[in-house]
Ligand binder design. Sequence first.
Ligand SMILES: Cc1cc2nc3c(=O)[nH]c(=O)nc-3n(C[C@H](O)[C@H](O)[C@H](O)COP(=O)(O)O)c2cc1C
Length: 331
Amino acid sequence: MAVVCSPEKLMNILLVHAHPEPKSFSSALASRAREILTKAGHTVTVSDLYAMKFDPVSDRRNFSTTKDPDYYKQQQEETYATEHQGFSPLLEAEIQKLEAADALIFNYPLWWFGQPAILKGWVDRVFAYARIYGNGKLYENGLGQGTKRGLVLMTTGGGPDAYGGYGFNPSMETILKPVHHGIFWFNGFRPLAPFLAWSPAHGDDAFRHQYLEQLDAKLANLFTESPLELPPMADFPNYGKDSQKRFHVTISLNAVPDATFNEMVPKEKELVAELRRTGRILDFQMTATTESEWHAYAIFREPSREALDKTLATLPLFPYLNFDIRELAQN
Ligand SMILES: Cc1cc2nc3c(=O)[nH]c(=O)nc-3n(C[C@H](O)[C@H](O)[C@H](O)COP(=O)(O)O)c2cc1C
């Protein structure tokens, strides 16, 4: 189900910015995002973590209360602090910003395939057990209720080929899983496709300026873009395995491609991309053009074989295709 917030409604946006240099391109993205979203009438709160000298170390200093002075167990102390208003004033302020946010934006440079420690520490401390998550408050039942949005704005050193899935680094999709799934979606914020400013330091001002313009367009759709859909908690009864099935589908041609086939290829690609966004296709690969016979291989996630058949029948190229379908085992 695509969730779209009303674009007319003015929203609260929390922009968490994590770059130590105010003159960096990452900081330019943060300033631009603030400016554009404020101009659109939204309320933008910025946590500029380096400017705040935010302490990323999560320990007893998170709290004014103590549940167990002999053994520090963070989630236990967070539960106690939730019940006794025991978060330190600085943390309480950040938690309240998070609670008020309709959209949460992380703006950071890619460091060691992840976030700068100051941002990871902000998450470790601010997303507090009992107050923000836990006790059933997870995924679509979490703080974001499956309607709020999460967006990564990122600068990188490496270029898109290095992160495209066929490069020497892991794919950007893999790198962003801990943020998209582990932080945003785990807490009910639906992740949007990330905004990636590749290698800004390797280009000139005109090259960087293009990114700023692309950012304006991206943020104009912050509340209307269809988010990436990750599986809801409801699909995993009793915190167990997926109630949906997975199928390996080998797709081959049953007819020689003609003009109509070629005309429909862009529509086919669009639909495959949409099925990937909605989580119906988990993986999709195609044979190289050097192969004499064309094949595609896809992993589908569907409630049943019948549902899969219906989805396949919606493919624009369906009349030209054969499907060899195998249900996958749940390991
Ligand atoms: C500690 C550190 C770790 C880095 N790790 C990566 C990395 O894993 N992948 C990458 O592409 N670039 C990496 N870089 C390069 C930065 O991502 C790049 O310099 C930055 O995004 C450029 O934007 P800026 O000019 O706004 O800082 C790293 C840089 C530093 C300082």
